[in-house]
Ligand binder design. Structure first.
Ligand code: URA
Length: 431
């Protein structure tokens, strides 16, 4: 048996006592954990020490590079187009990738969106798109590259080969209360994005009730850490810091989020979804050398919609097919007249999940027609008896648990009362 370069207990003690790991130690740790020499319980102690004591910038960079080195990396050198990608840290009603990828690709840029399925209250982009009849998430390498060259936009499942160390580590963090550590989140996200080989990357880092990190300063720190990691790896990276206190748009679910995305691509759609789509598109196109691209015009004149249709068709989907509709609905009405002063993202995300739009375990299916459609947003005047939101589910017995989650999620105040809508949508830009 080969002699190991380090003793993992020494490394755990180093992090426990606020010391700094060397490049060699981080490389060895990630490799030894991936091949099973370092046990889960040892790595759990290590991730908890990192959660509690943090990591230096050099350690975060080393951790990211070691996770990239644990698997394959992709290269887009053979493409005739520049590549630009986006990553969101996830939120409630966050369907932005759907209109964004075809919008940006419609300017002749390649957008390779390797996406995931949802777990918990935040939805997964692939789950949303799978509500389109015929559409498939799994593409061969050849199909992926051909579609990038011809259509420009691809949204598909990430292969198993990218950053396998992160997959193992993320699964461990998930069950040991160590997900919400900035060095671990930053290295996890950026190892996959850098391994994916994009030349440019725009990060949508969320804060607030429906986000991973609730606190804006923590989110800002995460954004700064990721932007730095991207730049260190030669990926042009910027981040927007965005508000996730209120659900994005009116639709929370899968099929209904696709419907809302198509409205945006048709030049309409909710103001907040359009604002964020346009802002992220501008950032992505600026990094790809097109700072003056008229993205609003591309939503109005059908250019982005044409690319959407081509993208869906290329992956077997029928862009004209009817989207699934739930068997049962339950409408919640305003108990009094006034102004909707609060609509909190997290409980709405949890309720949609309980209706069947999300999954509790990786292997569970999602119900594509399940979800919530909002009929009012914070600041809107409502009258007693007016529908506030509609719950949709295939199994009506799910309504009670969803309604339980929503009991304290919204509030109607006096007419003209100050509106606590969580503030502006885009709070800062980090580059
Ligand atoms: N998403 C990831 O890919 N990794 C994290 O650690 C958190 C969110």
């Amino acid at each position: 048996m080969a002699i190991e370069a380090f003793d993992v207990v020494d490394l755990i003690r180093t992090k426990r006592d606020r010391g700094i790991l060397s490049t060699e130690q981080v490389n060895w740790l990630v490799d030894a954990y991936t091949r099973g020499y370092v046990a889960d319980e040892q790595m759990s102690a290590m991730t908890m020490a990192i959660f509690l004591n943090g990591m230096e910038r050099s350690e975060i960079r080393d951790l990211t590079l070691a996770m990239i080195a644990s698997g394959e990396t992709m290269k887009f050198d053979a493409l005739s187009k520049r590549t630009t990608d986006k990553h969101s840290t996830g939120g409630v009603g966050d369907k932005i990738t759907l209109p964004l990828a075809p919008l940006v690709a419609s300017f002749g840029v390649a957008v390779p969106q390797l996406s995931g399925r949802g777990l918990g209250h935040t939805g997964g982009t692939l789950d949303k798109l799978e509500s389109i009849p015929g559409w498939r998430a799994d593409l061969s390498n050849e199909e992926f590259f051909d579609q990038l060259e011809i259509v420009g936009a691809v949204i598909c499942a990430a292969g198993e080969g990218l950053a396998p160390a992160d997959k193992k580590l993320y699964a461990l963090r998930d069950i040991t209360g160590t997900v919400e550590a900035i060095p671990l989140i930053a290295s996890s996200i950026m190892s996959k994005k850098i391994a994916e080989g994009t030349a440019a990357l725009v990060l949508d880092v969320k804060f607030g009730s429906g986000a991973f990190l609730k606190d804006i300063e923590q989110s800002r720190k995460l954004a700064e850490t990721m932007v730095q990691l991207g730049k260190d790896a030669g990926v042009a990276t910027t981040a927007l810091l965005t508000n996730m206190n209120v659900p994005l748009g009116f639709a929370i679910g899968n099929a209904n989020e696709v419907r809302e995305s198509i409205e945006v691509l048709a030049g309409a759609g909710p103001a907040d979804v359009v604002e964020l789509t346009v802002a992220l598109a501008r950032e992505m196109l600026a990094l790809a050398g097109q700072p003056d691209a008229d993205v609003e015009a591309a939503l109005q004149n059908g250019q982005a919609m044409d690319t959407w249709r081509a993208m869906i068709s290329a992956q077997g989907g029928d862009p004209d097919a009817a989207l699934p509709v739930a068997r049962e609905t339950h409408v919640v009405t305003a108990p009094r007249s006034g102004v909707l002063v609060r609509q909190e993202a997290l409980p709405f995300g949890i309720a949609a999940w309980r209706l069947g739009a999300g999954r509790a375990r990786k292997q569970d299916p999602v119900q594509h027609a399940a979800g919530i459609d909002l009929h009012a947003k914070p600041g809107d005047t409502v009258t007693a008896g007016q529908p506030l939101f509609t719950l949709s589910a295939d199994e009506p017995e799910r309504f009670a648990r969803a309604l339980e989650a929503l009991e304290a999620a919204y509030e109607i105040g006096e007419s003209g009362a100050s509106v606590h809508d969580g503030g502006p949508l885009i709070v800062d830009r980090i580059s």
